[in-house]
Ligand binder design. Structure first.
Ligand SMILES: C[S@@+](CC[C@H](N)C(=O)[O-])C[C@H]1O[C@@H](n2cnc3c(N)ncnc32)[C@H](O)[C@@H]1O
Length: 289
């Protein structure tokens, strides 16, 4: 695969990291600097509607404020924000390439909004083809919803604890049927270099992945996904030296997994503090620490 041809950059700063880089700024502007069809795989976990005010969280990290609040945003505005960015992503992903998204329902105005299910419809409307739904089973549960039934053991009081998130896989349709997959046109040497280690595949062959979430002390980000999650996505949906993009890269876990697997990578993130964390982690990999 060739390097993405770059259009002149706007006021965005890039931070090199191993085989890739992080771009600090709005991913909409970041993607506008990438050429059409230059990326094979996109993997991300977008900001969850009103869950976290990241700018506030970063100020809390550096001691500027004592506590951080939720972000306030209407669901309609959130939909427009996401759809616009995933439309731009469709332009930069190669035909047959994938767009993998980690999402879960969100709490809003006292109810659970089925964001992942709405999201599938939004993606199909703009041209992505739905391919897989994978459940990320976290094992560890942090909420106490199920305790309600313990206090009121009657029908109507069942609120299961939230132990899972969704990994939704979409593909950019290709014009010709035979080009509809990323293994099309790979040489034998490229296939050999990216051959998968099938150890542990029995467990991963099901669309339920049991992966422990990241403990708070392991990462500065308030909601990073585990490297093992990113590792599976990157190894199943890209080849060595392909370009992997995370448009809401946070602490850079997608980039970290891509670096270890010999992929090129681009992360886009508005908060520089999170980028600094990702750059430092990738430095450890390249130094063999
Ligand atoms: C759910 S978090 C991603 C966490 C990441 N997967 C990790 O493991 O650290 C979403 C991230 O999107 C960033 N973000 C929000 N709006 C953005 C935008 N317009 N462009 C780029 N990044 C944005 C937030 O600062 C936040 O770090």
């Amino acid at each position: 695969m060739s390097e993405p041809a770059r259009l002149p950059k706007k006021k965005l700063r890039a931070y090199p990291a191993g085989r890739g880089e992080f771009i600090c700024g709005d991913c909409m502007e970041g993607m506008q600097t990438l050429a059409d069809e230059s990326v094979i795989l996109a993997f991300t976990s977008p900001p969850y509607h009103n869950a976290i005010n990241y700018a506030d969280h970063v100020k809390k990290l550096s001691g500027e404020i004592g506590r951080w609040e939720r972000a306030e945003m209407s669901y309609g505005f959130y939909k427009t924000f996401l759809v616009g960015r995933f439309k731009e992503l469709l332009r930069v992903v190669k035909q047959g390439g994938h767009n993998v998204v980690n999402l879960s329902p969100v709490a809003w105005q006292g109810r659970r909004v089925p964001l992942p299910f709405h999201f599938v419809g939004w993606m199909e409307e703009i041209g992505w083809r739905f391919k897989e739904d994978i459940i990320w089973e976290k094992g560890v549960v942090r909420d106490k919803r199920s305790g309600v039934l313990m206090q009121h053991p009657y029908p109507g009081y069942y609120y299961p604890s939230l132990a899972a998130e969704y990994i939704l896989v979409f593909q950019k349709p290709a014009g010709k049927k035979r080009e509809n997959n990323i293994y099309h046109n790979r040489t034998a040497a490229e296939k050999r270099a990216s051959r998968l280690n099938m150890e542990g595949y029995q467990e991963q062959s099901k669309n339920i992945w049991n992966i422990r979430p990241v403990a708070p002390r392991e990462n500065i980000h308030p909601c990073p996904f585990p490297e093992e999650l990113a590792r599976r996505v990157v190894q199943y949906y890209s080849y060595k030296n392909d370009i992997v993009l995370d448009i809401f890269s946070g602490s850079g876990v997608t980039n970290i997994a891509a670096e270890r697997l010999g992929r090129k990578h681009i992360g886009m993130e508005t908060e520089k503090k999170y980028i600094d964390f990702g750059v430092a982690e990738i430095k450890k990999i390249t130094r063999g620490v």
